[in-house]
Design a protein around this ligand. Sequence first.
Ligand SMILES: NC(=O)c1ccc[n+]([C@@H]2O[C@H](COP(=O)([O-])OP(=O)(O)OC[C@H]3O[C@@H](n4cnc5c(N)ncnc54)[C@H](OP(=O)(O)O)[C@@H]3O)[C@@H](O)[C@H]2O)c1
Length: 321
Amino acid sequence: MFAVYAAEPNSDDPLAALVVGERPDPEPADGWVPVTVRAASLNMHDLWTLRGVGIRRDRFPMILGCDGAGTLADGTEVVIHSVVASPGWVGDETLDPKRSLLTEVHQGTFADTVVVPAHNVQPKPASLSFTEAACLGTAWLTAYRMIFVKSGLRPGQTMLVQGASGGVATALIQLGRAAGLRVWATGRTEAKRALAEELGAHGTFESGARLPERVDGVFETVGEATWSHSIRALKPGGVIVCSGATSGPNPGAELQRLFFLQLRVVGSTMGTREELRDLAGFLDVSGVRPRIGLELPMDRAPEGFAAMESGDTAGKIVFTR
Ligand SMILES: NC(=O)c1ccc[n+]([C@@H]2O[C@H](COP(=O)([O-])OP(=O)(O)OC[C@H]3O[C@@H](n4cnc5c(N)ncnc54)[C@H](OP(=O)(O)O)[C@@H]3O)[C@@H](O)[C@H]2O)c1
């Protein structure tokens, strides 16, 4: 079948490991179902996979794509939940030490067909297009959990999103705005800050800029480049929710501020299938729709990867079949 895959890890030149070609048709194991992919979105995770981060060398070649939307054999339209728990695991899948995301152990969604455990599909609300639904499984689910499950923030409080144009950042801005939070965002260029405002941010700032006042919560996916600013941006008792470290994973800890101001640092990863169901429900009733910055037929996937690698994002990058 048609597939976009990583031939082997390449830490120096990840795009050199990207292949648009053919892979064997998947064989569903017992309890797994094939999904005919209609759309799938690109995540930074796919670039990490090309670099060989978070995946064993003997897993290559690996079809890329952590999330997507498509149809089951009976025509049911579904959204894919990417967190694959180990057999017999009960409860929050994200806490299963043996969990994996699609593309870490099992083949991903940038293909004609992907196979997943039967409980890893959720009905797609009819109000969402396949392209929109393809954004939910990773970036939007991660943002949903960060705000609604992990942060403890309430409507009326102020949140700062580090980054303006990325997949998770745009989801945080749009979800936060729809939930009644005051949303501030930092962006590296004027165009990115303008996008954040268009998506609902009440205020935007250059990366690292002094804010008009301290905030209740900061939402971090950038890491080293913004961490110190995130710590300094918080009110006493405030919270940083962190789900990524694009610019590097080892920032200064700023422990004095952490304990004197009684800050909380909370890690967050993906979300449960119930949270994915509720995210889909929230978009259905609120009318919020993922901002898609670039939509391409899947055979032009390398153009999307190049845009993400160069930081040229304006929302989600989606590939269609
Ligand atoms: N833990 C999880 O479950 C999970 C799930 C999804 C994503 N993630 C992680 O979250 C991160 C973002 O993923 P994504 O798919 O949203 O990527 P993306 O679409 O490429 O977005 C990258 C974001 O990072 C910002 N950024 C990058 N380098 C920066 C720097 N040096 N200084 C300031 N801002 C910088 C960009 O801000 P501008 O808008 O200003 O360019 C942009 O908002 C990745 O590290 C990914 O692995 C984790």
